[in-house]
Structures are given as structure tokens and as C-alpha cells.
Design a protein. Structure first.
Lengths: 116, 113
């Protein structure tokens, strides 16, 4: 298993500002993922972050808006840039632990972001 | 059409009831099937993981996959108030898409005493 800590747990931000969310895992992992969960919606994958390479973004998400860092095997950050009220959401990071072909994703508790 | 469609609920059942949660998916490339449970203000936690058609049982929980129909289900027996949560189905292609999960919309379940 993996224990994931996310900071901050919640924040209220002004339009036009940026927020950096931190994700710390208690063991070394190759792949880390960032998801968005909009109010009343399911989780949508934003990007996959591998250590030592640029993040891979899903359709509809761009690096300028959601820059990601992955400096080592236990840590990643997601920045939500130039925020608007539409960015109000829960942002979750996850890591994958694989046993053979079976991969299990463990999630952090999420960061609740409200943009005014 | 969404890749994964989940019965949205919400569901409200009495304690002890059998609960059935269902999802359908459109892409036959999906090979791995999961059910996550998410309590309020928490991240999702994995409940069940399957990769073949058939049933997988774990205590009060049974996951069922029918690849021919592209249909996945989660059954909860003897439901408890502590089962009250949002249940999310998720699918994964595997291969070069390892780790990239596609989630259903989630079903909010309330089990009342």
C-alpha cells in the first residue's frame, strides 16, 4: 500500500492567481497521477507524471494551465494557474503500485479549491 | 457517449439490504475493472479489482464482470450504515495505458438504520 499526503487540504483563492498543490508519498513510485473531481462529477485524469520526464497531459488539459513537477520518486506538485471560478474543484493525486500485471492506485484525500 | 456510464442513483436502502451498482463501458480494449469507494471529504479507496469475466468475492462485496456485454457490477450483501459512500467504477486498458483510469460518474449510496 501507499500513504499519500496532499497539501493544502483546501484553499479559497482569488481569480487570476495560482495555487500549487503538493503530493508526498511514503514510498518510491514510478507513476503519479493528477485528477480533477468537479462538484457532483466523477474523476477526470489531468496528467501522468513520471520522474525525470515531462508530464503527459490528457485531452483538454495543457501544461500552461496545469504545470506539474516531479523532482523525485516520492513527490510531485500540480499548479493551477491563472485561476477562474471554473477551476473550483477537488484535485487529487494518486500513485500506482504494481504487483505483476495488477496495478492498484492509491489516492490522496484531495485539495478542495474554491475560486472567487 | 461517455466511455463509462454508471447508474447515477442516488440509492437509499435499509440496513441489511442487498445493493446492486452497475456500469457499462464502450471500449472493448478495457481489460481491468475496479470499484472504488469514496467517503465524504476523502479520496477514493480501492474495493475490488478484477481483470476477467466472472465473479470475484471479498466478504460482503462481489464484483461481476461480463466482457461480452461490457457490463460490470458490484453487489453489497447485508449492507451497513458504514457502507454509505459514493461508489465509483473504473476501467483501465493496460498496456501502454497502464495506470490511466477512466471513472464512471459515481453512485451515492445511503444505508439507513
Amino acid at each position: 500500500s501507499a500513504v499519500i499526503s496532499q497539501k493544502p487540504s483546501r484553499d479559497i483563492c482569488q481569480r487570476g492567481t495560482s495555487l500549487t498543490i503538493q503530493c508526498q508519498v511514503d514510498s518510491q513510485v514510478t507513476m503519479m497521477f493528477w485528477y480533477r473531481q468537479q462538484p457532483g462529477q466523477s474523476l477526470t485524469l489531468i496528467a501522468t507524471a513520471n520522474q525525470g520526464s515531462e508530464a503527459t497531459y490528457e485531452s483538454g488539459f495543457v501544461i500552461d494551465k496545469f504545470p506539474i513537477s516531479r523532482p523525485n520518486l516520492t513527490f510531485s506538485t500540480l499548479t493551477v494557474s491563472n485561476m477562474s471560478p471554473e477551476d473550483s474543484s477537488i484535485y487529487l493525486c494518486s500513485v500506482e503500485a504494481r504487483t505483476g500485471a495488477q496495478g492498484i492506485q492509491y489516492f490522496g484525500a484531495g485539495t478542495r479549491l474554491s475560486v472567487l | 457517449q461517455k466511455e463509462v456510464e454508471q447508474d447515477p442513483g442516488p440509492l437509499s436502502v435499509p440496513e441489511g439490504a442487498i445493493v446492486s451498482l452497475n456500469c457499462t463501458y464502450s471500449n472493448s480494449a478495457f481489460q481491468y475493472f475496479m470499484w472504488y469507494r469514496q467517503y465524504s471529504r476523502k479520496g477514493p479507496e480501492l474495493l475490488m479489482y478484477t481483470y476477467s469475466s466472472g465473479n470475484k468475492e471479498d466478504g460482503r462485496f462481489t464484483a461481476q464482470v461480463d466482457k461480452s456485454s461490457k457490463y460490470i457490477s458490484l453487489f453489497i450483501r447485508d449492507s451497513q450504515p458504514s457502507d454509505s459512500a459514493t461508489y465509483l467504477c473504473a476501467v483501465e486498458e493496460g498496456g501502454t495505458s497502464y495506470g490511466k483510469l477512466t471513472f464512471g460518474q459515481g453512485t451515492i449510496l445511503t444505508v439507513h438504520p
